[in-house]
Design a protein around this ligand. Structure first.
Ligand code: URP
Ligand code: ZN
Ligand code: ZN
Length: 462
């Protein structure tokens, strides 16, 4: 039984859940949703008038790279503060970043990463543990992270051997067996390293070093082959896997094939694959669009939209990893351009405008891929991912009547450009609430640095 006034009542809300849209008021106390009713009679410290606009559960971006080391002292442009401010302004109330091992002592690496995030994050966050080696010491460390530190997912790479990130198939197999035992999700960056290297070498030898060759050295079958392989390993080990940043129709087909045979496999795609195709690499500033996997053909883009609308993708994440123009545009060869683009802030706006309004994506699918499914697969449900009594009061208000022109001036990433420059979306994020606190309104961030909390995640036992 509650005593005293509620902290907040949001009035005139059109609440969107995976079950439907309904008009109600939301009562919040101590960071949690405590009432949802047509009319809340309790007194409140504060009211907020949503003016009949949509109130969505806070988006969960399970794939960001803030303050990611690229080489020496070069890092991605957004750190945990600027990155989470951008996320918050776009309606994202939870992010999950990564720990990249610097030793075999993964627990120490994890604690170091948490210490980097903790004083800076403005929204709640979790950490996936990237696994780049597999031996007794790594197993011991991983089990500590799974048991005591709230790590419910690991990330592996089937590429990037030169950066020391790639895990070989034998080690992937063993890691999947371990993850099956602990019911830990395995995220996979799926591209075939050997085919990429042979194509890159040929192009470079022929002097073909413009950005378009980045895409052509990583064609769709590079992704499809790796998904086929890790999907098979998931099927024999029983591990649950999530293929991150799916960029091609062929890759998506492999996910659908595996799933139809009972493999526990999910797919994530990202806003950039839904908006652009490889043609942008021919622009004078084409290198700004370099990320891995690269943008593919227009037919791939269309297939990704179809897959998103049909329920083939479980989640949308941003793979947010951005650099200033000078870093992207000064290298002479595509092989030297740091990979990655900004995207966390645009997920809800792009999916609502291009998905719901333009392509008939249902509200249910929208809520599933932006909030509910990420909460479930990453081990955050039921505290996150829904507007329901007992859940954290994480939500954002979206105005479907106000257009937004995406420009570097009105986006919040710490970079000097936006790949979405001048794209008009038919909606606007009016306000974002995190645990009941209004942290962003009309593009202005108003929360405190370091207010975000580390989320101990759990997917339950296998
Ligand atoms: O090019 C990209 N996507 N860089 C970020 C790291 C990754 O591969 O996810
Ligand atoms: Zn990746
Ligand atoms: Zn990534």
């Amino acid at each position: 039984m509650l005593s005293g006034p509620l902290d907040l009542v949001v009035q005139n809300a059109k609440i969107v859940t995976s079950e439907g849209v309904y008009s109600a008021e939301i009562g919040v106390d101590e960071g949690k949703i405590v009432r949802i009713a047509k009319s809340i009679e309790d007194s409140a410290e504060r009211t907020y008038d949503a003016e009949g606009r949509y109130v969505f559960p806070g988006a969960i971006d399970g794939h960001v790279h803030f303050k990611l080391k690229y080489f020496d002292d070069v890092y991605t442009a957004d750190d945990f503060y600027t990155g989470t401010v951008a996320a918050a302004c776009g309606g994202v109330t939870t992010i999950i970043d990564f720990v990249t091992p610097e030793s075999l002592n993964y627990v120490e690496d994890f604690r170091r990463r948490r210490a980097e995030a903790e004083p800076n994050v403005v929204i709640d966050y979790g950490l996936h543990m990237s696994v780049t080696n597999f031996n007794e010491e790594v197993v011991k460390n991983l089990e500590t992270l799974f048991r005591s530190e709230g790590v419910a997912s690991v990330k592996i790479f089937t590429a990037y051997s030169k950066r020391g990130l790639m895990l070989d198939d034998g080690k992937i197999f063993k890691l999947m067996q371990l993850c099956k035992k602990w019911n830990v999700l395995v995220l996979v960056h799926a591209e075939n390293e050997y085919i990429i290297n042979s194509l890159v070498d040929s192009f470079v030898e022929e002097g073909k070093t413009e950005p378009i060759y980045h895409s052509w050295s990583r064609p769709d079958f590079v992704e499809a082959e790796a998904i086929q392989r890790v999907g098979l390993l998931a099927s024999v080990t029983g591990a649950e896997i999530l293929i991150v940043h799916v960029s091609s129709a062929a890759g998506l087909e492999k996910i659908v094939d595996h799933r139809s045979k009972g493999v526990k496999i999910h797919g994530e795609t990202c806003p950039h694959y839904l908006i652009f195709n490889e043609e942008v690499y021919r622009r004078p500033d084409g290198a700004k669009f370099i990320m891995s996997p690269p943008l593919k053909k227009e037919s791939d883009r269309q297939a990704l939209w179809k897959g998103l609308l049909d329920g083939c993708f479980s989640v949308v994440g941003s793979d947010h990893a951005c650099f200033d123009s000078v870093r992207k545009l000064s290298p002479k060869r595509f092989t030297e351009v740091p990979g990655g683009v900004a995207g966390t802030e645009v997920i809800p706006m792009i999916l609502f405008s291009e998905g719901v309004l333009k392509r008939g994506m249902t509200f249910r699918r929208f809520v599933e891929v932006t909030s509910l499914n990420p909460a479930r697969v990453y081990g955050l449900y039921p505290a996150k991912g829904q507007i329901a009594v007992g859940s954290d009061a994480d939500f954002y208000i979206l105005d479907p009547m106000r257009k937004t022109r995406l420009t570097k001036e009105n986006l919040h990433s710490n970079i000097d450009h936006s790949i979405y420059e001048d794209l008009e979306v038919n909606c606007n994020i009016v306000a974002t609430f995190s645990r009941g606190e209004l942290i962003a309104e009309k593009g202005v961030f108003m929360g405190e640095r370091g207010r975000g909390r580390y989320l101990f995640r759990s997917r339950g036992v296998a």
